[in-house]
Design a protein around this ligand. Structure first.
Ligand code: F6R
Length: 261
């Protein structure tokens, strides 16, 4: 079962995850981080940037792999995930840009981009800590319902629900690309530690299905139940559909401090 930590809000979640990442980097200066985009991890990246700065953490050797990228956005578009990762992660954290990769969403050569990305992750020794958000469809990465639980990085078609949800980042809903390239569920499950973040009531059904529902390709987030080390960090609203809330609170309150998350 995933560990579920219920926090007051995104800031507290950010502090928890930032602490775990700083500890990881101190132990392994060339740690490999798995990076989500979207709204959910923003407070975590901000907290991490503060910790790195305040505690003078040397992050020059830290490597990163983004979860996904849109296919076919014009170069220079602000929602290109390469641009988002540069703006929200690489620059504020002070990471070395060449050590942070994003799947290549250029339609020219897209048929090889998934396999290339998989090779790069393997060559880096795998992801140490993977930050995940979850979509209202239950997707992790952009693995929409029906994605194989063994899938690797490949091109997927976004659901209309996800395109509508992500339209807030674009001038017009029709500008949201139809296709993406995303790490597969099998890719995500190979990371050594999964940290899934979710905030707000709109995420409650997806969180409940991921944490307590049957493991099913129909709910891609439920694949986290197959992983030996998953931490789910949610606010009260996102936790509101969970059945075993009392137990999660009890386990967290009594957790030995040395375990971390
Ligand atoms: C982003 C990603 C997606 C998002 C999810 C939630 O790289 O892989 O799974 O985490 O769509 O998006 P937000 O955080 O914007 O609600």
């Amino acid at each position: 079962m995933a560990e579920v930590v219920i926090v007051p809000g995104e800031a507290e979640a950010g502090e928890l995850v930032a602490g775990a990442i700083v500890a990881l980097i101190r132990e392994k200066p060339d740690a490999v981080l798995g990076l989500a985009t979207g709204s959910t991890p923003i407070a975590t990246y901000q907290a991490l940037a503060r910790r790195i700065h305040d505690d003078r953490v040397d992050v020059r050797g830290v490597r990163g792999f983004a979860l996904d990228e849109y296919v076919g956005l014009p170069p220079g578009h602000p929602e290109h995930y390469r641009a988002v990762i540069t703006r929200e992660v690489v620059e504020p954290l002070g990471l070395t840009p060449e050590l942070v990769r994003v799947p290549n969403g250029d339609p020219a050569g897209i048929e090889h981009a998934g396999a290339d990305y998989e090779r790069a992750i393997v060559a880096a020794g795998g992801v140490d800590l993977q930050i995940l958000g979850i979509g209202r469809t239950g997707h992790i990465g952009f693995n929409e319902p029906g994605s194989s639980l063994a899938s690797l990085t490949r091109v997927k078609t976004l659901t209309e629900q996800t395109r509508t949800d992500n339209a807030r980042f674009f001038d017009s809903p029709s500008d949201v690309p139809m296709h993406c390239i995303t790490q597969g569920i099998g890719t995500i499950l190979r990371a050594r530690h999964l940290v899934l973040l979710a905030f707000g009531e709109a995420k409650a059904p997806a969180v409940a299905a991921a944490v307590e529902g049957p493991v099913s390709a129909n709910q891609p987030g439920s694949a986290i139940q197959l992983h030996p080390h998953t931490t789910v960090i949610v606010d009260e609203a996102a936790a509101s559909g969970l059945e075993h809330l009392d137990y999660y609170r009890h386990a967290w309150a009594n957790k030995p401090a040395w375990q971390g998350i």
